[in-house]
Design a protein around this ligand. Structure first.
Ligand code: COS
Length: 382
């Protein structure tokens, strides 16, 4: 379908598509098998200026918005959701600075993010605070001119690879969510270290580690936004980042569909290519329809968010839940179309099915997305 992209948006799509085709697809199986972080591909992405897509022009970026990120992520995800996740997680990590940071912080960090010379990560989740994000226990106490952070963040994408971390910590534990604040912690700060790299089911080319803060001391000016407003910034950050996860689902679903159709045209059984059988045609037809429906919703949601940044929770959650549930279903169906071959690691759909699962879990489980949508409906119909 024609989504009436501008020339600049078409260029973003073409650039990301070429990186997926030339740099990602040839090595994705090896990265997956070795659980290896794709550092050199990130350098290719940086050279192509894609890290600057969403950074305002005054800080060295291209000045795009949620829609431009979605376009790039969809293409990268066609290559590998693990690599695309690394890109998405860096954007997630710096969104709090874009949303609530002061001018000095923006000048200090955004040009490096735009150039791709430093990557970011977002430190919210803890062992006892996943869906219940306001249940975090990491604390930050002001001591003279420094904040002292204590706590451990879990399952942090880009942990140990990024240089800039936005960490959510309680500055007033008695106030719960209203006592949370966000801090910038940099790689190398005293008292800041990483746990072991996780061994995951999918997205194995992305790095996931614990962030450990033991009397981690950072300068006073690393507080992002006003003290006590951290949870609201977290919610806004997730609102703007979730369409990116949705677009990973669209790219992944499209890639799985492409594999399934290509295979169905070549595979001969009972004397003809299996695409000639209605049972297969109907599966492919449903897959194609679901991918296109998800794409249309994600693009519309991203454009809505760029136009109405104060009213984004519902559409953000809607596109996340729809596109990632779609990706799970379409990748499972792609494996089914390929049959026994689909279950083997020689064919990419096996990896695609494993990669799809995390999309329903991270950046808010799809159950939490439905809660958000339900709560918004409750408010709308008050
Ligand atoms: N934008 C701005 N403010 C928001 C908001 C949004 N989208 N959503 C909630 N808030 C505000 C509320 O208005 C409330 O403010 P006040 O205290 O001033 O009234 C505050 O934030 C707390 O909101 P709420 O009471 O709804 O918080 P809950 O603790 O019930 O949690 C959910 C809400 C479950 C939606 C939240 O914890 C969540 O998103 N969890 C999933 C976290 C997640 O995605 N984790 C993935 C890891 S990060 S990659």
């Amino acid at each position: 379908m024609d989504y009436f992209l501008t020339e600049e948006q078409e260029m973003i799509v073409e650039t990301a598509r070429e990186i997926a085709r030339e740099k990602i697809i040839p090595v994705r199986a090896e990265l997956d098998e070795k659980n290896e972080f794709a550092a050199s591909i990130l350098e290719d992405i940086a050279r192509a200026d894609l890290f600057g897509i969403f950074v305002p022009e005054e800080y060295g970026g291209l000045g795009g918005g949620c829609f431009e990120i979605v376009l790039a992520l969809e293409e990268l995800a066609k290559g590998c959701v693990g690599v695309a996740t690394t890109f998405a997680a860096s954007a997630l990590g710096i969104f709090p600075v874009l949303i609530a940071g002061n001018e000095e912080q923006k000048q200090k960090y955004l040009p490096d993010i735009a150039a791709g010379s430093r990557w970011a990560a977002f430190g919210l989740t803890e062992a006892n605070a996943g869906s219940d994000a306001s249940g975090i226990q990491t604390t930050a106490v002001l001591d003279g001119d420094e904040w002292v952070l204590n706590g451990t963040k879990q399952w942090i994408t880009n942990g140990g690879e990024a240089q800039i971390y936005t960490i959510v910590a309680l500055t007033d534990p008695s106030k719960g969510a209203r006592g949370a604040s966000i801090f910038i912690v940099e790689d190398g700060d005293p008292g800041f270290s990483y746990g072991k790299k996780e061994d995951k089911m999918g997205i194995r080319s992305s790095a996931t580690r614990e962030l450990i803060m033991q009397d981690c001391r950072i300068p006073r000016d690393r507080l992002v936004g006003r003290k006590g407003t951290g949870f609201i910034t977290v919610m806004k950050t997730l609102d703007v980042s979730r369409p990116g996860i949705a677009s990973l689902g669209v790219g992944l679903g499209q890639a799985a569909l492409d594999e399934a159709v290509t295979y169905a045209k070549q595979r001969v059984q009972f004397g003809k290519p299996i695409i000639g059988f209605q049972a297969i045609q109907h599966m492919l037809a449903d897959m194609a329809t679901q991918v296109e429906a998800a794409r249309a919703l994600v693009y519309a949601a991203a454009r809505h968010i760029d136009a109405h940044p104060k009213n984004m929770s519902k559409v953000s959650s809607m596109c996340k839940v729809f596109a990632t549930d779609m990706a799970m279903k379409v990748t499972v169906d792609a494996v089914q179309v390929l049959g026994g071959y689909g279950y083997m690691k020689e064919y990419p759909v096996e990896k695609m099915m494993r990669d799809a699962k995390i999309l329903q879990i991270y950046e808010g489980t799809n159950q939490i997305q439905r809660n958000v949508i339900g709560q918004e409906l409750n408010k709308e119909y008050a």
